[in-house]
Structure formats: C-alpha cells, structure tokens
Write a protein that binds this ligand. Structure first.
Ligand SMILES: Cc1ncc(COP(=O)(O)O)c(C=O)c1O
Length: 378
C-alpha cells in the first residue's frame, strides 16, 4: 500500500528519546524549551511570541478563549476547514459563519469573507490549504478595516511563507500541528504563536491551570515550593520532552523534507501535466513558498473523482480529499450556497505526498492515473 501521508522518523529521533529516558525527566522541560527556541528561529520570530502545546486542535479551541469569543459573536471561516476549527467556534457558543473558497486553490479570499461580515463578527479563522499561502495582504486589510482578529490555522504550513513572513505569524494568532500525519511529526504536538507577547503569557497560563508560578523544584528554597498560585482557571495542555525530543530532530530535517516534497510536486507536474481531463495545482506566486503538504488534482468530469480514488485504492494506492466541507456536515446546520467548495469537494483528490515516497512510486501512481483516463475515454 502506498500511503497518502506518512511520517518519516529515524535513528536520530530514537537516540534523542533514549537520552530523555536516561534523564529521568519526561515532562515539559529543557527539551521543550530547545524546541520552542528552534521553532521560533525557524519562523524568524522572538521566543516571546511562541510556546508549545499538546496539539493544534487545542490551539484552535484556545483561540476562542483568548479573543474572548462566545455567545452572540460570529467567526468566519472557509467551509473547507478542519473539523476541529468548526467545533472550536460552536463549542464556545459563537456562531459559525462559513465562506466559499477559490475553486482551484481551495483557499479563502477576502472577497469570500467580506459579504459575511456583520457587527457581530469577531474573528476570521483561516487555513492555508495544503501549505499554499492565502492572499494575506487582502485578508489583513479587510480584518484591519473591521477590527477583526485573524487566526491562522497553519497546521499544514510548517514552512510556508507569504512575502517573506512565515504563515501563522501574519495574523494575531497562529498554530502548527506536529501530529502523526504532518510533515514535522512527533506523535502529537503543536506550537502556538501570538502577535501580542502579553497574550502569549496569558495563553501559556491558561494552558497550564492558570498557574502564576511553577511549583516544585524550580521554586526558591525559601518558599514552600508545594504551594499553588492560581490566577485564572485553565486547562492542562502541554508538550512533553519525549515528543519535544522527536520534534527537535525533525526540525533539523525539515529543510530536506520540504525539498523532497517540492521535488515530488514537480515530478507529478511533469508526469501529469498533459492530461487535459485533470487540473493540477496552480503555480505558486513568486512571493510565496509552500510546504507542499498536499498535491491535489481535480478531475474535471463529474463523478470520476470517486471512481479514480477507488481505482487507485484497488491498486493499493491510498488517496483522500481534505477537508470535507463543513456546510455538508449536518450537525453544524449551516445553510448557504458554496458553489466553489461544492465543486472542489466533488472533484478534488489529494495524491500521496510524503518524504519516503520514491520516484518509482510517483511514476506508478501517475501511470495508473493515465490508465484510468484512457480506460474511461477522458
Ligand atoms: C488544517 C488542520 N488544522 C488543525 C489540525 C489539528 O491538528 P492536531 O492533530 O495537532 O490537533 C489538523 C489535523 O489534521 C489540520 O489538518
């Protein structure tokens, strides 16, 4: 079976984990700090803006708390969003307002958001689909005009940049995922970014019981180090040093991962580019870089995307479509017209992309896609 996504871990990660075992400190500690600093460097931001948490979904949920969003407020997001983003909004009692997207990039555009803004709109929660940056200048201008918070779900955009800035650091808050299916993986983990360092301090407390100071060995010997100083009520959502150890090693490998994913994208482009029945991903604007998280094609003929996915699966090739539009999830009970997202949801297929994928496998996948087209007169 050729996987659509696959982690890429090795001896370096295992060796690092072994050292964590030997240290007898498995919880959040020095390795976490090392990762936070390394990731801040990677983003070209100061450490006063970032910290780790246990998963990106926690970041999505926390964003509602940090921007004081609740009943009576509205949050706009593209209908092609991760289900956790929709849940975060609904869970806090705010109204989920879904927008359409660009039919080819599946990214949300300012023009999709603007008509949905009301006096109750508090935030735009957006995603850079497959690691390709949205047109951020336009979205930020719109948000500025209406005083809206911009939350960038950058789960897929670990190395994406827009006009020289890391995706996730352009809006007011950003979050990245290091779960098992991402590019930089550590099982589960995330970094949160806050433009406002004060908000970062509050968020970090919120994700550790609202504790003002850490109890335990780091406390002064003059104090009773077992006492708590709770200033607010919060969650417990931290990354531990085992996952951070993996993340530190993965971060070193990240440039190589991205280079391989770019080469995979280019090979698919060259092998599939002449198939007129298929739309390939659009070229990247020269002021953006991508993380090449998805390679999504669009089968123009109605009904054939599903059949192509089944044909590939019969041949042991696993593909998928991300993200099933939230307006089609009955539980959200959203009315509206989303023609581009509907087109995308019925025609788009994400082909396998991961660092371990070989050129021979890409040739096999491409040959089978070609064969499918020939067998079906496409
Ligand atoms: C776009 C997007 N946002 C958020 C998440 C949540 O990430 P995590 O698994 O770290 O909670 C995912 C995970 O698949 C995702 O794809």
């Amino acid at each position: 079976m050729i996987n659509v996504f696959q982690p890429c871990l090795g001896k370096e990660e295992l060796d690092r984990i072994e050292k964590v075992f030997a240290s007898n400190w498995l919880g959040k500690g020095a390795i976490n700090t090392e990762f936070e600093h390394g990731f801040a460097d990677h983003l070209h931001v100061g450490t006063e803006h970032v910290f780790t948490t246990n998963c990106c979904s926690e970041g999505l949920f926390s964003s509602m708390h940090m921007f004081e969003i609740g009943p009576g407020d509205e949050v706009i997001m593209p209908t092609i969003s991760f289900v956790g983003a929709g849940n975060a909004v609904c869970n806090c009692g705010a109204k989920l307002v879904l927008s359409d997207v660009d039919p080819r990039t599946l990214n949300v555009r300012a023009q999709d958001i603007e008509p949905l803004i009301t006096p109750n709109t508090k935030a735009i929660m957006m995603i850079h689909y497959g690691g390709v940056p949205c047109e951020m200048d336009e979205i930020m201008a719109l948000a500025g005009k209406h005083h809206l918070a911009v939350i960038e779900d950058s789960a897929c955009s670990v190395s994406s940049t827009y006009k020289g800035k890391a995706c996730g650091t352009i809006g007011d808050m950003g979050m990245w995922s290091f779960d098992a299916m991402k590019i930089l993986v550590c099982g589960d983990g995330s970094v949160l970014y806050f433009k406002d360092p004060e908000m970062k301090i509050r968020a970090e407390k919120w994700l550790y019981f609202g504790l003002e100071s850490k109890s335990g060995y780091s406390n002064s010997i003059d104090k009773k180090w077992w006492e708590y100083d709770v200033s607010s009520f919060g969650h417990r959502a931290i990354m531990n040093d085992i996952t951070a150890a993996m993340a530190c090693e993965q971060l070193k490998k990240l440039p190589g991962f991205i280079a391989r994913r770019k080469a995979i994208t280019e090979l698919y482009n060259s092998l599939l580019g002449d198939l007129e029945w298929l739309d390939l991903p659009l070229p990247l604007p020269d002021y953006c870089t991508s993380s090449y998280y998805f390679y999504h094609v669009q089968v123009k003929a109605d009904g054939h995307r599903d059949l192509l996915a089944k044909f590939l699966r019969d041949n042991d090739i696993y593909t998928t479509f991300r993200y099933f539009p939230l307006h089609r999830v009955p539980h959200y009970a959203i009315q509206g017209s989303f023609p581009n997202a509907d087109y995308a949801a019925d025609h788009t297929l994400c082909l396998p992309v991961h660092q371990a994928l070989t050129d021979d496998e890409i040739r096999l996948i491409s040959r089978l896609i070609r064969e499918y087209g020939e067998n079906n007169d496409l």
